[in-house]
Design a binder for this molecule. Structure first.
Ligand code: 5GP
Ligand code: ZN
Length: 135
């Protein structure tokens, strides 16, 4: 048995503010929200992250994310929503059971977005070629 906090929540061994549950997916409020209404959508089947998750599970999760994102945006009257998943500790992942963050955004919420950097056309083209080879 894996010692996983999200598996324990899924099994109702520890409490959480779960507002949706079906055979494949749960959705709950994040315990330390980035913004008002920060939600986590989680497949019931354990996998560490998106890259190691089977496509059928991903299909279940992404379709439910769309539905919940619409309802959540309406509920908190958000102007936008960030939907993301962290893959690996270097990317900020702390809980190693796949989960998607649904973070409502408001026009003047003051949250910092990704920093963008200038890049060279040659570097971009080279990287695109290398990725293509690995697909
Ligand atoms: P990560 O950094 O792995 O992408 O995100 C983990 C998220 O899970 C964080 O936003 C954190 O606040 C949330 N979290 C961690 N433990 C719990 C918990 O026990 N209950 C709930 N509801 N959220 C949790
Ligand atoms: Zn788990």
């Amino acid at each position: 048995m894996i010692d996983c906090i999200f598996c324990k929540i899924i099994n109702h061994e520890i409490p959480a503010d779960i507002f949706y549950e079906d055979e494949n997916v749960i959705a709950m409020m994040d315990i330390k929200p980035v913004s008002r209404g920060h939600v986590l959508v989680i497949p019931k089947k354990h996998s560490n992250d998106l890259l190691t998750t089977d496509d059928v599970t991903l299909h279940h999760v992404i379709t439910k994310i769309k539905e919940i994102a619409i309802a959540l945006t309406k509920t908190v009257n958000a102007q936008g929503i960030n939907i993301s998943t962290n893959n690996g500790a270097a990317a900020g992942q702390a809980v190693f059971h796949l989960h998607f963050h649904l973070i409502p955004r408001f026009s003047s919420d003051g949250l910092v977005s990704w920093p963008h950097h200038d890049s060279e056309p040659k570097t971009r083209a080279q990287l695109a070629e290398e990725i293509k080879k690995n697909l």
